[in-house]
Design a protein around this ligand. Structure first.
Ligand code: MG
Ligand code: FE
Length: 168
């Protein structure tokens, strides 16, 4: 395979990853009831994720890559499996926040690899767009990292209170 062919495959993978990100984040936000700060930040990142899909679509179009034949990245994105696996447990908000952090870091690693590929094939516009997307993933990962202790502590307080729902 040529560097361009691999690069194009990875752009498709990134688009599929963002579709999964949107689906995962939407499920989480849709279930949250008692963690408004977390819910608000997730909803903000859903908007960013949709924008990322638009940017990736433009990039795919510009390279003449067929959007209809996206590869199934499910098996590759093991972080995503973990994220979904944490749902519907008695501590799903904590498991979800941890999995969200893992998933954002999976995205950061994917874009860091993709930026290296874009540089190698001489796609300066790709480097620019992919770096812009990666900034949003870094910001989301950082937010989750900073707020994980507080989400956990809120959960613990609610969980200790009889008759109070803690998990979401
Ligand atoms: Mg993303
Ligand atoms: Fe993300």
């Amino acid at each position: 395979m040529t560097p361009e062919e691999n690069y194009h495959d990875w752009l498709r993978d990134a688009h599929a990853m963002e579709q999964q990100a949107e689906s995962m984040l939407s499920k989480m936000a849709g279930r949250l009831e008692h963690y408004p700060e977390l819910e608000t930040r997730i909803k903000q990142h859903i908007d960013e994720t949709k924008q990322q899909q638009v940017w990736l679509n433009e990039l795919l179009d510009r390279h003449g890559i067929d959007n209809s034949s996206f590869k199934d990245v499910m098996g590759k994105a093991s972080a995503f499996g973990q994220a979904v696996g944490g749902m519907f447990t008695s501590d799903e908000v904590v498991k979800g926040a941890i999995s969200g952090y893992v998933f954002e870091n999976f995205e950061i690693a994917s874009y860091t690899s993709l930026i290296g590929a874009a540089e190698q094939v001489g796609d300066a516009e790709g480097v620019r767009i992919l770096t812009q997307i990666r900034e949003q993933e870094i910001a989301m990962a950082e937010w989750l990292y900073q707020h994980l202790p507080n989400v956990t502590q809120q959960f613990l307080l609610r969980s200790a209170e009889p008759g109070v729902e803690a998990k979401k």
